[in-house]
Design a protein around this ligand. Structure first.
Ligand SMILES: Nc1ncnc2c1ncn2[C@@H]1O[C@H](COP(=O)(O)OP(=O)(O)O)[C@@H](O)[C@H]1O
Ligand SMILES: O=P(O)(O)OC[C@H]1O[C@](O)(COP(=O)(O)O)[C@@H](O)[C@@H]1O
Ligand SMILES: [Mg+2]
Length: 471
């Protein structure tokens, strides 16, 4: 065995500041790998499509807003079928695993990977790994066929089961090797993609002919680079039902307040989009935008004003919002889940309690507060029509990439195009709501809620000025 294969990013530079952040390929560390004609060439469904195969040099820009002097910038390899493939159908032993929390669309992705492998490439051996990463070494596998997955997209959850924790790279790669698996499709969020990267690196170190492919899953939409994650649209749509209920309850009671908690551990995308879509929300609180309760520009002052004006109000709060305030009043235990994610305090219950205490102290208004926590109900539904189409494209792109010998990549949508993104770009950070962007400004203008940060900064500056005697 030669020296350790190079795991540095593959960067290709072109003219006018063009940069391709390329993905690894099996041929990078296994020279002279034989190639075969892509069977899609003879498939009647696809052979009629003009230019069905993606040109080897096609790439997709990460930034599409440019001006006449800007360099062409970073690009990702365009996804899709290639003229030559690196696997013969009979030699493929594929495996699919789902990890982390649930998300609408998981079953659709599983179904479409199985169907793409069978119907496009004639691959007959597809294994489902039960129960997430630990399933590679601690559980049984199930055989997946187009027949067995035929109607699973109509169900929520994942037919394979999922889990947190249990990522043991050596045991997982040993199991991949022992079972003769040569294409691994790993569906999961940021933690899962980190795990997939470790598996890929170990496979490359052992110089195995195994394509490792990630499909990004996160209901929170917190994976960077990609336009949005599958299941996000469904989650926003489902959240409307909870917001509607909160609105009906709030409107029907005297000084009614409806509080809805939505998911979003570090990123408030579901809360922001659900608020923008609903138009019934008076205040949206997300982790990226700190808020305060008491004093000028605080939530209580705003709630009093809204109740006086409208007689009711709806508050949407993302589960990760205001955690620093919650831990000030509840003893934080700094607990983590099996994957190392921070376990959050229930901010919905906490804020409901705080609002009730405030109004009972004030004695100026009797309020009627109803708290709705639909979080797990939202996560457990099957994906809607647009997410189903999105899942299909992600799954088919993943299969085309693996068959073409690409590895160590995540299949993702960038500026509306399917691409292959190297793992290191997917795991380098988290996608967050940028509160200085136009989208958050749109939200603020639609709810008319205070911009807590600005109000707090101004009132703090005013206090400091008063203390120093400045005007
Ligand atoms: N840094 C990491 N390295 C290797 N595996 C990881 C890492 N972080 C998380 N994992 C594994 O990925 C799986 C899913 O991670 P988790 O954070 O629970 O969900 P998600 O992938 O949805 O973010 C778990 O089995 C966990 O052990
Ligand atoms: O109770 P669980 O399964 O740990 O899930 C709770 C977490 O899962 C999520 O829905 C999604 O998290 P992941 O995508 O990282 O799995 C978070 O919003 C939430 O905090
Ligand atoms: Mg995560």
């Amino acid at each position: 065995m030669g020296s350790s294969p190079n795991s540095k990013p593959k960067i290709v530079r072109g003219t006018a500041g063009y940069v391709l952040e390329d993905v690894p390929h099996l041929a990078d560390y296994i020279p002279d790998t034989p190639t075969y004609t892509n069977p899609l060439q003879n498939n009647p469904a696809y052979s009629v499509v003009k230019q069905y195969f993606v040109h080897v040099d096609d790439s997709v820009p990460q930034k599409i807003i440019t001006n006449k002097d800007s360099p062409r910038g970073i690009h990702f390899r365009r996804a899709g079928p290639r003229q030559r493939v690196y696997f013969e159908a009979d030699d493929v032993q594929a495996a699919i695993v789902t990890c982390g929390g649930l998300c609408p669309g998981l079953n659709t992705v599983i179904r479409e990977i199985v169907c793409a492998l069978y119907h496009m490439y004639g691959v007959k051996k597809v294994l489902g790994i039960n129960g997430g990463y630990k399933g590679f070494y601690a559980h049984n596998t199930i055989s997946l066929t187009p027949k067995s997955v035929n109607d699973i997209h109509k169900r929520g959850g994942t037919i394979l089961g999922s889990s947190r924790g249990g990522h043991d790279t050596t045991k997982i790669v040993d199991s991949i090797q022992d079972r003769g698996i040569n294409q691994v499709f790993i569906i999961g969020g940021d933690g899962t993609q980190r795990g997939a990267d470790r598996i890929f690196e170990e496979i490359r170190r052992r110089r195995l002919k195994v394509a490792v492919v990630g499909i990004p899953k996160t209901i929170d939409n917190d994976i960077p680079v990609i336009d949005k994650s599958f299941g996000f649209d469904t989650a926003v749509e489902e959240a409307q039902r909870a917001i509607n209920a909160a609105h009906v309850e709030a409107e029907s009671g005297e000084n009614g307040i409806g509080v809805v908690k939505l998911m979003g551990r570090y990123s408030g995308f579901i809360a922001m989009y659900a608020t923008l879509a609903s138009r019934d929300v008076d205040c949206c609180l997300i982790p990226e935008s700190p808020f305060h309760l008491e004093g000028p520009g605080g939530l209580f002052e705003f709630a009093e004003r809204r109740l006086k004006e409208n007689g009711h109000m709806v508050i949407v709060i993302a589960e990760g919002a205001g955690q620093e305030l919650v831990s000030e009043s509840i003893q934080s235990m700094h607990k983590q889940d099996a994957s190392g994610n921070k376990l959050l305090q229930d901010v919905g219950l906490w804020i409901s309690q705080k609002i009730k205490e405030h109004f009972s102290r004030q004695k100026t208004m009797n309020i009627n507060l109803k708290y709705i926590d639909p979080t797990y109900m939202i996560r457990a539904v099957p994906s809607n029509a647009s997410d189903n189409v999105y899942c299909t494209l992600l799954a088919q792109s993943a299969v085309h990439g693996a068959m073409a010998g690409y590895t160590g990549f995540t299949s993702g949508l960038v500026n509306g195009r399917q691409t292959y993104i190297p793992f290191y770009r997917i795991i380098e950070g988290q996608n967050k709501v940028v509160i200085t962007d136009r989208m958050w400004a749109r939200l603020l203008s639609s709810t008319n809620q205070p911009s807590f940060t600005i109000a707090k900064t101004i009132s703090e500056e005013k206090r400091e000025d008063e203390a120093t005697g400045e005007q």
